[in-house]
Design a protein around this ligand. Structure first.
Ligand SMILES: *Cc1c(COP(=O)(O)O)cnc(C)c1O
Length: 448
């Protein structure tokens, strides 16, 4: 009997609902442990021992081991009350079985416990992270040589990472506009300034002989926001009400958290209307763009969702890009475009393969267009079958990844190269999720 390719993959890369792969998986767990113990034994052979052969059996130690065994057994027993998401009887939401490459990759890295906050705290883990990010970048249609990114605790934080960068970019452009308006006395065009683009920014920077110090005095991200907003209002000749976030009505609730966290207020989260299929309506997006322009409200970013959390709809990402690229071409207005592909991003892996027709034509085109976005959120701990907590944030290139740096001198040793610490919202970060993604990419692969 010949098995379908899907059955071969499922049989090879999962423990099996009846633990069919138990013997093999035990062997792999053992191999990981063997390597770990051998590594520990191989180093510093002359160091004194903590536990000698004789005192291994001393009463105090034996008793403690018994306590540990007992408590561990209780923990394991308690965990059997968890939902058995490993069985095909379970067709649940989001949570699923983890794959063997992901589990083994996670375990292998976890035993070394690297902290990907810096190269110093994770010599190998940070390299694995860069390689795994390149694999995901390739899958979503970015050029892996130019793309940049990192693993997060999940999609929520990855979405925050996008807002953080969009705000950094908008703040720079608007600060420059404010400075010029205050210097020249000409009225500030808030909308045009806030979306001017880096090319225009650099031209004006040179033309007006700007310095960092001058720009900082006009930045709402650095100065007192209320004061800067008042100055923007005065320069523009009308009250400045702050930026808006254009997010479709089918959004995940992390976008409401983002607005709240970045001090935007609920009002500034403008819900883009949906079409009859529950997908982002590009005409309504444009209507809101015009309204934002009329009201002098900069657009912090426009978000499309690839795989909505409740029902799995894929927004017309291609049409969203077409429309906003038109704004860019016609008017020089650069709007940050983010795709929240936390849920559906891994569907990109089936594009171009024999199973592509499980997707509607519209969904396939939308997924193909993810690579045109400024930034993307993707959750390996959803359709990547990777253990929690593992999300990822990607940008199309390094320039888009940039964000204002914070000084943490205790982590900064230039001779060790840059770590991610200055460009991640999170501080300490495990390398285990990156290793899980890396081993999945090397085995299952993120292609058809
Ligand atoms: C799950 C999800 C998120 C949030 O991801 P977490 O990993 O739960 O933080 C964001 N957006 C979408 C579309 C999601 O499905």
């Amino acid at each position: 009997m010949s098995l379908s390719p899907a059955a071969v993959v499922a049989g090879a890369y999962f423990p099996g609902p009846r633990s069919e792969n138990e013997t093999w998986v035990r062997g792999e767990f053992q191999a990981v442990l063997d390597q770990w113990f051998d590594w520990r034994k191989s180093l510093f052979a002359d160091d004194p021992r903590l536990v000698g052969p004789a005192d291994r059996l001393s009463p105090g130690r034996l008793e403690r081991r018994e306590i540990l065994s007992r408590e561990l057994a209780e923990l394991c027993e308690a965990l059997t009350a968890e939902t058995p998401t490993y069985t095909p009887r379970y067709i649940g939401h989001m949570k699923a079985e983890v794959s063997l490459p992901a589990l083994l990759g996670w375990l292998a890295a976890m035993l070394h416990n690297p902290n990907n906050t810096s190269r110093e705290a994770s010599k190998v883990g940070t390299v694995i992270e860069a390689e795994a990010i390149a694999m995901l970048a390739t899958m979503v249609g970015y050029d892996p040589a130019r793309a940049e990114g990192h693993f997060t605790s999940g999609g929520t934080v990855a979405n925050f990472e996008a807002v953080w960068r969009a705000r950094y970019r908008l703040d720079h452009w608007l600060s420059l506009g404010l400075h010029i308006a205050e210097k020249t006395g000409e009225p500030l065009d808030v909308f045009a300034s806030a979306h001017m683009g880096w090319t225009r920014f650099r031209e004006l920077w040179a033309e007006h002989g700007l310095t960092d110090a001058v720009l900082r005095r006009c930045s709402a991200a650095i100065g007192v926001p209320a004061d800067i907003w008042r100055r923007i209002g005065r320069a523009a000749g009308r009250d400045y009400m702050g930026p808006v976030l254009l997010v479709p009505g089918n959004k995940h609730y992390s976008w409401s958290k983002a607005a709240n966290l970045f001090g935007l207020g609920e009002e500034s989260l403008w819900a883009v209307g949906l079409d009859a299929d529950g997908r982002l309506d590009v005409d309504d997006l444009e209507r809101l763009m015009r309204r934002a322009e009329t009201e002098d409200r900069p657009v912090l970013m426009a978000v499309g969702v690839a795989g909505t959390t409740e029902t799995g709809e894929i927004d017309p990402i291609d049409a969203l890009h077409d429309r906003l690229e038109q704004w860019e071409a016609d008017r020089g207005l650069h709007i940050w475009r983010h795709v929240d592909a936390a849920y559906g991003g891994f569907l990109c892996a089936i594009l171009g393969g024999p199973d592509e027709d499980v997707l509607s034509r519209a969904s396939a085109s939308a997924l193909r267009a993810i690579g045109r976005a400024d930034s993307v959120t993707i959750d390996p701990h959803k359709l990547g079958y990777v253990p929690y907590a593992c999300g990822a944030f990607l940008t199309r290139d390094r320039a888009r990844y940039a964000v204002s740096a914070f000084d943490a001198p205790y982590l900064d040793r230039p001779e060790l190269g840059d770590g991610k610490w200055s460009s991640t919202l999170e501080g300490s970060r495990s390398a285990a999720g990156a290793a899980a993604v890396w081993l999945s990419g090397r085995t299952i692969g993120f292609d058809p």
